[in-house]
Design a binder for this molecule. Sequence first.
Ligand SMILES: [Zn+2]
Length: 251
Amino acid sequence: MVLTYSIFFSLFGLVFGSFFNVVGLRVPKKESIAYPPSHCTNCDRRLTAIDLVPVFSYLFLKGKCRTCSSSIHWVYPLMEAITGILFVASYLVFGFTPELIVAILFVSLLVIITVSDIAYMLIPDKVLLPFAVVLLGLRFVIPLEPWWNSLLGAVIGFSLLFLIAIVSKGGMGGGDIKLFFVIGLVLGLSGTLMTLFFASFIGAIVGIIQLRVTKKGRKSPIPFGPSIAAAAIIVYFWGEGILTWYMNFLG
Ligand SMILES: [Zn+2]
């Protein structure tokens, strides 16, 4: 049964991942997510079913448009695959508990903002705000232990990032600050602090790789959103285990 549900959640995730790409790319440009229908951004040909199967179309078409042969960015199938994996992971970690609803919403938000941040260096309010409102409401029905832990995490997360933004003079975007409010709601205080720690670590590694690969100057900005998203997911799924291991390691 676990296998059947895992397959179901991965398919569900692949399809939603494809939709999240559209949301992440169109919302910051103030475009409708329904119209125009998916089309090749190079030759404008409207995509049909064969072009739109998540991940598989990309592999089958070898990453190129069928009409104009312009290449399709690898970020699309990657985000579809990641969404599929995260939906299955949510199910495997939480099972059919109320927290599964929070998990699916949380990973969905993180995928969308990752797409936006990679494409435009922007985490759109139009995406953050609805998720923040829904997750805030859900935390009263599906609370952390103790119930105010999520509010504390949200306020501290927001304030800490705000302080870092002031000290670093623009090294941190407004979107990153607001994202940490939502992360606080979901993860509570200790999870939020762990996320900040891991995000800085991942961000530093990404920065070093970027510097080596592109040989651009240190000034070229790197979106921090994807590092925050990766850190938040690690903490959400495995944070308790990591914390236990660390405490044992110390003591
Ligand atoms: Zn084309």
